[in-house]
Design a protein around this ligand. Structure first.
Ligand SMILES: [Mn+2]
Length: 336
């Protein structure tokens, strides 16, 4: 009797456990069904996508969109024979003749390399090289006679060799090379700047004239040596006004240079010659606006930059394209 009763209880226990297992499996099954449905849905989307054929779209530059431009390279404020000791600028820069030599080579290589890149989108056969002055430091202050690595006459000879090499390299890369020059305030032979006879009293002006003679065998190299402060060039019917930049009277703080520059441009534009773009250096700071383009320096950060409260910037020059239809477009530093 007793055995029979226990058997009944055991059967009940087994059936309860069985029911629990079944319930668990059913819930798992429901979960897997949901998962299968979800994956089937995703698979359907994937299959649909794999069946759709991509429509080819042309992203190449149509011939009609190709532009024509002049490559403009700005070379100013090199101060080649000046020495910058790291300690004088908290280790932010160092400069001497050997470093100047390297940076000059890098500048000319940069112009050719950037032009090569830009030729993917524009026809560029002409280069305008601006020699913007203060390529030398000279002896305009007493202390410079002690700190400069070369005398002004030695500097002219040193520069002549490097510039000739650079100009010959550019002449090989372009069908036309126009060299436009401005003399700087440092290249003067006199203690005080002379306004009316600035060119005649400038080592740099002499250097440009010498170089013009030395490139006479290259007929596609033309020179426009500035005889006065402004050197005006017409490009694609627009007027670019080149000048060293010392004619912009300003007491310091480069951020505020914009206002004095705008004022000077407005007053110069009252003359019969109105410029579409002003290009200058002198302030050792690269800066652009629709109206002007200011060049950086090759010497880089030095006591002068600190004295005019210029923000730190690496040694750099400027390259831009002057487009036939749009004027100055792509503009970039050549970091040295
Ligand atoms: Mn200057």
């Amino acid at each position: 009797m007793k055995t029979k009763k226990w058997a009944h209880i055991e059967r009940d226990i087994r059936s309860t456990e069985h029911a629990k297992v079944v319930a668990g499996l059913e819930s798992q099954l429901a979960h897997y069904r949901d998962q299968v449905a979800d994956l089937e849905g995703r698979l359907a989307v994937a299959l649909q996508l794999s069946k759709s054929k991509p429509r080819p779209r042309a992203f190449g530059i149509p011939e009609s969109d190709r532009s024509e431009a002049v490559a403009v390279a700005l070379a100013s404020d090199w101060h080649v024979e000046e020495t910058v000791e790291g300690v004088s600028v908290n280790g932010l820069n160092e400069f001497n003749l050997a470093i100047a030599d390297e940076r000059i080579a890098k500048f000319f290589r940069g112009v050719s390399r950037l032009t090569e890149i830009e030729r993917h989108g524009a026809d560029i056969s002409t280069c305008l090289l601006w020699l913007g002055g203060d390529l030398m430091t000279g002896f305009i202050h007493e202390e410079l006679a002690e700190t400069n690595g070369l005398t002004p006459t030695q500097t002219i000879l040193w520069l002549q060799d490097r510039l000739l090499a650079g100009i010959e390299a550019l002449a090989a890369d372009f069908e036309n090379l126009l060299v436009v020059t401005s003399y700087g305030n440092h290249g003067r032979t006199t203690k005080k700047p002379r306004h009316a006879t600035g060119a005649a009293n400038s080592y740099e002006w002499m250097l440009y004239r010498l170089l013009e003679g030395r490139t006479a065998h290259l007929p596609h190299v033309q020179w426009q040596v500035g005889e006065s402060y402004h050197n005006i060039v017409e490009v694609y019917g627009r007027t670019i006004r080149f000048h060293h930049g010392d004619g912009l009277k300003y007491q310091g703080g480069i951020g505020g240079l914009t206002i004095p520059v705008e004022k000077a441009i407005a007053s110069w534009n009252k003359s019969p010659i109105k410029a579409d773009l002003d290009v200058f250096g002198h302030w050792h700071t690269q800066m652009q606006s629709p109206k002007f383009c200011a060049n950086g320096s090759l010497i880089g950060y030095n006591a002068y930059a600190i004295s005019i409260k210029a923000a730190y910037e690496p040694p750099q020059q400027t390259f831009f394209l002057f487009d036939r239809a749009r004027g100055r477009t792509m503009t970039t530093p050549i970091t040295l």
